[in-house]
Design a protein around this ligand. Structure first.
Ligand code: ZN
Length: 155
């Protein structure tokens, strides 16, 4: 029996794009959505969409995607025949580890949550966490590897 492992697969060009987003919004957080396909336990990213950070109270350590923007992104993904497979945001001058707030604000079970650290304006470590569980009561983040493909790779 083949063993399937949770994994996020992303092209170097898409990974660079979300890391660059974090550098551009520094010292504030960036956030966005990853569109793609789910193949078994693997989420394959086809496109990375930037979202505006609507948190004005504390934009450096909180992030929030406007629900109306999310609806628009969902519509766009459907039109492209893709699903929302994950979300990303940056941690300016903080490690690329999820916070309790990140977990509390994560609601998409089965999606990948990518966090990229940005140190002094430069993208640092990027990690991905899979949101597991059956609902709000037992949801949890699990570390998952990121498989990076060459920039022009076709899946
Ligand atoms: Zn965070």
């Amino acid at each position: 029996m083949a063993q399937f492992e949770d994994m996020l697969t992303i092209r170097q060009s898409e990974l660079d794009a979300l890391r660059r987003h974090g550098e551009e919004t520094y010292p504030y957080e960036c956030c966005g959505v990853m569109l793609g396909r789910t193949e078994g336990e693997e989420r394959v990213v086809e496109a990375v969409l930037r979202a505006g950070n609507t948190r004005v109270d504390s934009p450096h350590n909180r992030y929030h995607i406007d629900p109306r923007e999310l609806v628009r992104i969902q519509r766009e993904s459907r039109e492209r025949g893709l699903d929302i497979v994950g979300f990303y945001h940056s941690h300016p001058d903080h490690p690329a580890r999820w916070s309790q707030t990140d977990l509390a604000e994560a609601h998409w079970i089965g999606c990948s949550y990518v966090i990229t650290g940005v140190e002094q304006g430069r993208a640092a470590v990027t990690n991905s966490f899979l949101l597991e569980g059956t609902g709000e009561e037992d949801k949890r983040f699990v570390d998952e590897p990121i498989r990076v493909l060459a920039a022009e790779a076709a899946y």
